[in-house]
Design a protein around this ligand. Structure first.
Ligand code: MN
Length: 291
């Protein structure tokens, strides 16, 4: 057994707004030493730490915009969001749900607080993750997966009151429901104080965790508090998480694609020429139509 050590504990940077509905701390790619290559295939992570939105008749959010070349994964912890895209995908996700949108060759979409939730307002907490697509799948047709919490694979931990929810990949042989284009594991670990979870993830997989609730101790030595991210070194395979108090921990681990990245705004391609082609296609209205 070889230990996967913590390389860095990242505290959240100053928040900014995406549209008017998402008050986020960016970890990937702007945090020092967590650029698109370091966490490849995870190329962007915005974290809306717990924030109270007052009631609003007009739902807050982000209006119609395009994406091409990757997937957007929205993980809801508090609050409800509604999504619509030009390929017909859409739905509402709430606490514990995950929305996995494969933009691939291109979609227009919009992301808003769900209208009934917006009228009441409340605590809002979400992660939006961008997962890069391998070059050979960047121009695939768009796809939408709604991963409801009630249908997620949940693997109990030894204490009997804690569990690992498998969003993608597998935990101890238990497969999650998301289909992915490259090997990766994404878990939400929901732990009672005192619970311990053990993980075995390949050395070369880029691995990090985000503490959503509570505080934890990693490998018996490193402390991580709520809203902090821990980046693991690419050595060793095993690490443990002890919940110092009731905790929720998001774990990301993916095999790097190791392909060139040409990214600008909502497009993530492999070459500059492909980026220009994406802008041209968008300007020509080839991403479909969304009101
Ligand atoms: Mn978007």
């Amino acid at each position: 057994m070889s230990i996967k050590h913590v390389e860095m504990i990242a505290t959240p940077s100053a928040p900014h707004y995406v549209g008017d509905g998402f008050r986020v701390h960016n970890f990937i790619p702007s945090y020092p030493r967590m650029d698109m290559k370091r966490m490849d295939p995870f190329i962007m992570l915005d974290y809306n730490s717990k924030f109270h939105f007052p009631p609003s008749e007009r739902p807050r959010g982000v209006d119609v915009h395009p994406h091409r070349g990757f997937e957007t994964v929205t993980i809801a912890y508090k609050g409800r969001v509604e999504h619509h895209d030009s390929s017909g995908g859409g739905g509402v996700i709430g606490e514990g749900d995950v929305q996995w949108m494969t933009a691939a060759s291109g979609v227009l979409h919009k992301e808003f607080h769900e209208s009934e939730w917006s009228k009441k307002g409340g605590e809002f907490q979400m992660v939006q993750l961008w997962v890069n697509l391998p070059a050979k799948h960047k121009m695939d047709p768009p796809k939408y997966q709604a991963l409801e919490n009630s249908k997620m694979t949940k693997v109990p931990l030894a204490d009997g009151n804690s569990w690992v929810e498998v969003i993608a990949g597998a935990y101890q042989g238990h497969q999650g429901s998301a289909s992915t284009f490259s090997p990766m594991h994404i878990y939400n670990v929901k732990m009672k104080a005192g619970a311990v979870a053990d993980f075995t993830l390949p050395t070369n997989f880029n691995t990090a965790l985000l503490v959503i609730e509570g505080s934890i101790t990693i490998n018996g030595t490193e402390k991580a508090q709520g809203d902090q991210m821990a980046l693991f070194a690419n050595s060793g395979e095993n690490f443990s998480v002890l919940a110092d108090q009731d905790a929720i921990v998001l774990i990301l681990s993916g095999e790097p694609l190791n392909e060139p990245i040409a990214a600008h705004g909502p497009f993530v391609m492999n070459t500059r020429e492909e980026l220009i082609a994406a802008f041209t296609a968008f300007n020509e209205g080839k991403f479909g139509y969304l009101e």
